[in-house]
Design a protein around this ligand. Structure first.
Ligand code: PNS
Length: 158
């Protein structure tokens, strides 16, 4: 049984995240999607809302669970018997920081990080951009699931 984690802020989940989560679910026995609880950064959506949106978006995939974590990712991995961290790489610009984190996590606990290249259709996509565009009244249809789109419209008063 190979259990992996797809960690992130997911504020909110995008179709780019879901591309990586879904492809991971085909490669590994169990995928835990873990939402970081960051006390220093208030998000647009609460942790509970992010978990709800992820749960709805992944409900058709039987080997996915959604959870949250505080503190170090390596501790979450140890406590849950998680063998590896899976991350999406959108572009070379992601690589520097992702490699740094992967090597630090390896040093801390020996946990491996596996990178999956993001589908080209989503290579420019980020939650921060989705929020900025949606806030400004731009159309983010097709970049997030429809139920997330509805929540964004609601949050921004449309
Ligand atoms: O979606 P994000 O914000 O890019 O995700 C970043 C995340 C949550 C994967 C990363 O910040 C993380 O793992 N944070 C947990 C704290 C931690 O373990 N820090 C040490 C990293 S080497």
């Amino acid at each position: 049984m190979t259990k992996v984690v797809c960690p992130g802020s997911f504020d909110p989940v995008t179709n780019g995240h879901l591309d990586i989560i879904e492809r991971s679910s085909h490669l590994f026995d169990e995928v835990v999607v873990a939402v970081l609880v960051n006390e220093n950064k208030a998000g647009l959506f609460s942790i509970e809302e992010r978990i709800e949106m992820l749960g709805e978006a992944t409900s058709s995939l039987p080997n996915i669970t959604v959870d949250s974590f505080q503190g170090l990712l390596v501790d979450f991995c140890r406590d849950r018997g998680i063998a590896a961290i899976v991350k999406g790489l959108r572009a070379v610009s992601d690589f520097d920081y992702e490699l740094q984190m992967a090597q630090m996590n390896d040093r801390l606990s020996g946990v491996d990080t596996l990178f999956i290249p993001t589908s080209p259709a989503y290579s420019y996509l980020a939650s921060s951009l989705v929020k900025e565009v949606a806030k400004g009244g731009g159309d983010v249809t097709g970049l997030v699931p429809n139920h997330v789109l509805a929540r964004l419209n609601e949050r921004f008063g449309r």
